[in-house]
Write a protein that binds this ligand. Structure first.
Ligand SMILES: NC(=O)c1ccc[n+]([C@@H]2O[C@H](COP(=O)([O-])OP(=O)(O)OC[C@H]3O[C@@H](n4cnc5c(N)ncnc54)[C@H](OP(=O)(O)O)[C@@H]3O)[C@@H](O)[C@H]2O)c1
Length: 288
C-alpha cells in the first residue's frame, strides 16, 4: 500500500447474514487460516468479531501462525464517526478480537477520515483506508487540505460482472489500492442479492477458461483480480470451498484470457443497500 505496509492479495471475508449461526464464522475462519488465508476481512458491523478473534487466537496458540503473519482488516461503522467514538470503536473491536492492533482500518461507509488518522497515530491500526467511496468522494479526501495520511485502499464491490475498470484506473493513478469485495459475485446470497440476478459462478466464459487450467469459475474470478493488481475478498463458510478459493497461486491467466474476462463486464451490482440511498453521501448515484 502507499504507506509501505503490505497486504495479502487474497482475503477471507467473514461476514454472513444473520440467519447463519454466528458460530460458523469461528469454524470457517479457522479453516481459512489452515488452508493458507492470511488476510481476514472483518468489521464491527458483522457482529462476529468475538468468534473470528477466537479462531485467530486458536490458530496462534496451536502454532499455525504468528500474529505478525496475519493481516486483519476492521471497519469503522458510521455511528462511530466522531474523534472519540472512532477510537472507542477500534479499542472495543480489538478487545473483542483479543488483538493489540489492526493491520488495516476502513471507513465502512463514506464519511470523514480525521478520526481514522487519530487511530493510526495512536498505534491502534497500522494502515487506514476507505470502503464504498466513489470517485468524487475519494477525490475529495485526496485533495483535502492538511490530509495527514492518504487512504491506502478503497474496498468496493468488484468481480468480472462489475470490473470497476474506471475506478481501478483512478486508484492506480493515485496510488490507492483497490480491494474487491464480493469477488465471487456474492454467490446465491439470499440477504442482499436479488435472486433473479445472473450467477457469476455459472458464467460460461469463466467455466471455459477454467477448463484450460483445471480450475473452477471461482478460481478464475479471483485470479483475474490478483493479476490486475486488485486484492480479492471472498467469503465461504464451507471448508471445501474455502480450500478451493485459495488454489489460485499455481496458474496464470494469459493476456488474452484477461481480455476475454474484461469482455464479460456488465456493470452489474449485486450488493445494493437501498436503505442508505436517501443519504446525501450515498456513493452509488454517481457513475463510479
Ligand atoms: N465493505 C463492505 O461494505 C462489504 C460489503 C460486502 C462484503 N464485504 C466483505 O466481502 C466478503 C465477501 O462478500 P460476499 O459474501 O458478498 O461475497 P462472495 O465472496 O462473492 O460470495 C460469497 C458466497 O459465495 C459462496 N461461495 C464461496 N466460494 C464459492 C465457490 N468456490 N463456489 C461456489 N460458491 C461459493 C458462499 O457460500 P458458502 O459460504 O456456502 O460457500 C457465499 O454464499 C464479506 O464476507 C465481507 O468480508 C464487504
Amino acid at each position: 500500500m502507499n504507506d509501505g505496509n503490505k497486504i495479502p492479495v487474497i482475503g477471507f471475508g467473514t461476514y454472513a447474514p444473520e440467519y447463519i449461526p454466528v458460530s460458523l464464522s469461528e469454524e470457517a475462519t479457522e479453516v481459512a487460516i489452515e488452508v493458507g488465508f492470511r488476510h481476514i476481512d472483518g468489521a464491527h458491523f458483522y457482529q462476529n468479531e468475538k468468534e473470528v478473534g477466537r479462531a485467530i487466537q486458536k490458530k496462534i496458540a496451536d502454532g499455525t501462525v504468528k500474529r505478525e503473519d496475519l493481516f486483519y482488516t476492521g471497519k469503522l461503522w458510521p455511528t462511530y464517526h466522531s474523534l472519540e467514538l472512532a477510537e472507542l470503536n477500534v479499542t472495543q473491536s480489538l478487545e473483542t478480537l483479543q488483538l493489540d492492533y489492526m493491520d488495516l482500518f476502513l471507513i465502512h461507509r463514506p464519511l470523514s477520515l480525521k478520526a481514522m488518522e487519530k487511530c493510526k497515530d495512536a498505534g491502534l491500526v497500522k494502515s487506514i483506508g476507505v470502503s464504498n467511496f466513489n470517485r468524487r468522494q475519494l477525490e475529495k479526501i485526496l485533495n483535502k487540505p492538511g490530509l495527514k495520511y492518504k487512504p491506502g485502499c478503497n474496498q468496493i464491490e468488484s468481480h468480472p460482472y462489475l470490473n470497476q475498470s474506471k475506478m481501478l484506473e483512478f486508484c492506480k493513478a493515485h496510488d490507492v489500492l483497490l480491494v474487491a469485495y464480493s469477488a465471487l459475485g456474492s454467490h446465491r446470497h439470499k440477504y442482499w442479492v436479488d435472486q433473479s440476478s445472473p450467477l457469476l459462478l455459472e458464467d460460461l466464459v469463466l467455466a471455459e477458461i477454467g477448463k484450460k487450467y483445471n480450475k473452477t469459475p471461482a478460481n478464475i474470478a479471483i485470479r483475474y483480480q490478483i493479476q490486475r493488481g486488485v486484492v480479492a475478498i471472498t467469503k465461504s463458510y464451507n471448508p471445501d470451498r474455502i480450500k478451493e478459493n485459495f488454489k489460485v497461486f499455481d496458474f496464470e491467466l494469459t493476456p488474452e484470457d484477461m481480455k476475454t474476462i474484461d469482455g464479460i463486464n456488465r456493470d452489474f451490482l449485486y450488493v445494493d443497500i437501498p436503505l442508505f440511498a436517501a443519504h446525501p453521501e450515498y456513493p452509488l448515484h454517481d457513475e463510479y
